[in-house]
Design a protein around this ligand. Structure first.
Ligand code: AGP
Length: 374
């Protein structure tokens, strides 16, 4: 049934709309109430015999390509926060090109939807040679990455057919948030934070369902952007990855230039691009970076930027002060899970732009789902 389009016109559309179910499947059987304290906890069976080693690592290195790399970036800070272990990011091809440092004391986490991506496999070879503990996070049972890593977690998102990865992205973030909880363990200092994240995870399918209701609104937005040459997406903190991933989706399927930009870098170059014509999406949902994003919006408004602001429900007035921006309001979830919700309007935007521009949604030109060559 998963490989039929059902009521949808394209696989990408189906896979975007399937996310309330796919994120549920990803979490199934993994969030439990355990022990006499009835504390909520996370059970990742595939890591059972390796958690102690992971906790003793000097460093966690996330390795992947494209969307999988963006998912790891979205989860980076929650893994650092709960584990207390430094997390670094590596694009698989770049790690191999540089022969970058990987040590025996490292835990190398390989993130790949397919589990057979050539660049990621080469990086895995390299990490194994260097003696790191290798963990695989894939969507494909029996894939090469699943087989060759020492341990791992399947994301269980179901078959993804569209070349543009959508539901795998949200499930990857969830698995890495659960990984953070599992490595962090049941320490007292983490307990309150852990509990709200687990509650947030349980609530997430409803929030994803809610954000999908923006579909028509996003289609209208796509109509306004149909003839544009370019779209910038500004994000920071947890949602820097959302900016990168939204831009990747737009360029990959809508064949429109798009760039995800770390908002903290705005004054160091990108500000020069701002004028009344170039559309700029700014992700400004509630988290520790919110006031900084408000200031970014003000600075872009001051330069007459053509803004589309994604904010938390109820915040429209506070983000559009003094400007005439278009606002997308999304439901609020725990900060580290917000990227799961925030990426959905951008996936929908990429989808509708592609259809309106008359491009092939599921098979974008020059791209393949399975990248098995370097
Ligand atoms: C995602 O939309 C892309 N098609 C691409 O970036 C993809 O994520 C990348 O090739 C990695 O694939 P993997 O996750 O299967 O390893």
């Amino acid at each position: 049934e998963q490989i039929n389009k059902g009521k949808y016109e394209h696989y990408m559309q189906k896979e975007i709309h399937e996310q309330p179910e796919s994120v549920t499947t990803t979490m199934r059987g993994r969030l439990i109430r355990g022990g006499s304290s009835k504390a909520k906890t996370v059970l990742l069976g595939g890591l059972k015999y390796h958690l102690k080693t992971i906790r003793r690592s000097r460093r966690i290195v996330f390795i992947g390509c494209g969307t999988s790399c963006n998912a790891a970036l979205a989860a980076r800070s929650i893994v650092e926060e709960l584990s207390g272990i430094p997390v670094t990011m590596e694009i698989a091809s770049d790690l191999v090109d540089r022969q970058g440092p990987i040590y025996r004391e490292d835990t190398a986490v390989f993130v790949s939807q397919l589990g057979g991506t050539a660049d990621t496999l080469l990086a895995l070879e390299y990490a194994l040679e260097n003696g790191a503990l290798c963990v695989g996070i894939t969507n494909t049972v029996g894939s090469e990455i699943a087989r060759r890593t020492h341990c791992g977690v399947h994301i269980n998102a179901g078959c993804e057919i569209g070349v543009a990865s959508t539901k795998a992205y949200t499930s990857q973030i969830i698995v890495m948030a659960m990984l953070a909880l599992a490595i962090g363990g049941d320490t007292l200092s983490n307990q309150a934070r852990r509990e709200v994240i687990i509650d947030g995870l349980v609530d997430l399918p409803c929030k994803v369902k809610e954000v999908l209701k923006l579909d028509n609104e996003i289609k209208d937005l796509a109509k306004l952007l149909i003839a544009e040459q370019s779209l910038l997406v500004f994000g920071r903190g947890y949602n820097y990855a959302t900016a990168l991933e939204g831009a990747l989706k737009v360029k990959e399927v809508a064949l429109m230039h798009s760039e995800g930009i770390l908002a903290g870098e705005m004054k160091h170059g990108p500000l020069a691009l701002v004028d009344a014509n170039l559309p700029i999406a700014v992700i400004a949902t509630r988290d520790a970076c919110f006031s900084k994003q408000q200031s970014v919006i003000q600075q872009l408004n001051a330069r007459k930027g053509r803004l589309i602001v994604m904010c938390t429900k109820g915040d429209a007035a506070s983000v559009s002060v003094g400007g005439s921006c278009r606002v997308i309001e999304v439901p609020q979830v725990e900060d580290c899970l917000q990227p799961v919700v925030n990426v959905v309007p951008l996936q929908l935007l990429a989808y509708h732009l592609t259809v309106l521009r008359g491009h092939n949604v599921d098979q974008p030109r020059n791209l393949a789902k399975s990248v098995t060559t370097q």
